[in-house]
Design a protein around this ligand. Structure first.
Ligand code: KIV
Length: 289
């Protein structure tokens, strides 16, 4: 009779999987919880995630929101920017993350070209993220000009997180990675924030906006704001996990704080494995049937 052994992976989160670490707050994060946290003056947390184990780990750590960002383009698929990634490439990643969490709110990020053409295009794309990807809501980039898209999705039952300030999908139109909303242009950031709120967005990401401007927007809006390079007065914070935990190496944006050196850990582990195999010390008797 053949011996039964453990599978290569544990598969998605299951009812019998260990429960995430106990923490206060809701058992399952919903969009209204973020609004309630803002009202109570409680900060919330968001990270990107693109696959099963990172998603499970961040969920277990009590991260409130996981974004399957179009930054998968340059953090998973090897592109230089977020522009090339497609809906068909992001949906399987979204499905992996949504299957793997028990508590976090999962946001599917609509990629460049999949929603800008019309509210109808936005709706059809967002439906795919919800039905095929299992996303709980979607994110799209743009302010005043995206109000019709946000209204259409909201009317169709799809919660929308907006993204204003520096919007990476418009990198070429904005003339590169630049802080938005300095000086007189701060009025534009506020106008965008109010437009997405009025259109029905449940939250808004502000990227690379001066801290005082982001603070003012946060105080003026009823919906929660989430900052990335927008100082510490926003209601929540988001970072790309490969930046924050050091899987990616090289130059980092000023707003990134590195909490770990995952690249270093993997590098040493891979070298130790290679050394063992080359020396004939792995597999040992304890790894042999
Ligand atoms: O795609 C992404 O990772 C994002 C965050 C930077 C907010 O949009």
């Amino acid at each position: 009779m053949s011996e039964e052994t453990a599978p290569y992976g544990t598969g998605p989160a299951k009812a019998d999987a260990p429960a995430p670490a106990p923490r206060s707050g809701p058992a399952k994060v919903r969009t209204h919880h973020l609004r309630e946290m803002k009202e109570r003056g409680e900060k919330f947390t968001m990270l990107t995630a693109y696959e099963q184990y990172a998603a499970q780990t961040f969920d277990e750590a009590g991260i409130d929101v996981l974004l399957v960002g179009d930054s998968a383009s340059n953090n998973v698929y090897g592109n230089e920017t977020s522009l090339p990634v497609t809906v068909d490439e992001l949906i399987p990643l979204t499905r992996a993350v949504s299957r793997s969490v028990r508590r976090a709110l999962v946001v599917g990020d609509l990629p460049f070209g999949s929603y800008q053409a019309s509210p109808e295009q936005a709706y059809l794309t967002a439906v795919r993220f919800m039905k095929e990807g299992g996303a709980h809501c979607v994110k799209l980039e743009g302010g005043v000009e995206m109000a019709p898209q946000i209204e259409r999705l909201t009317r169709g039952g799809i919660p929308v997180m907006a993204h204003i300030g520096f919007t990476p999908q418009s990198e070429h139109a904005l003339g590169g990675y630049r802080v938005q909303g300095r000086g007189e242009t701060s009025a534009r950031v506020l106008a965008d924030a109010e437009a997405v709120q009025d259109a029905g967005a449940f939250a808004v990401v502000m990227e690379m906006v001066p801290g005082d401007v982001a603070g003012e927007v946060t105080r003026k809006l009823r919906i929660p704001t989430i900052g990335i390079g927008a100082g510490n007065e926003t209601d929540g914070q988001v970072l790309v996990w490969q930046d924050a935990f050091g899987l990616r190496t090289g130059r980092m944006a000023k707003f990134v704080k590195q909490y770990a050196d995952v690249h270093g850990v993997l590098l040493e582990a891979a070298k130790a494995y290679a050394d063992d195999v080359r020396a004939g010390t792995f597999p040992g008797p304890e790894h042999t049937f």
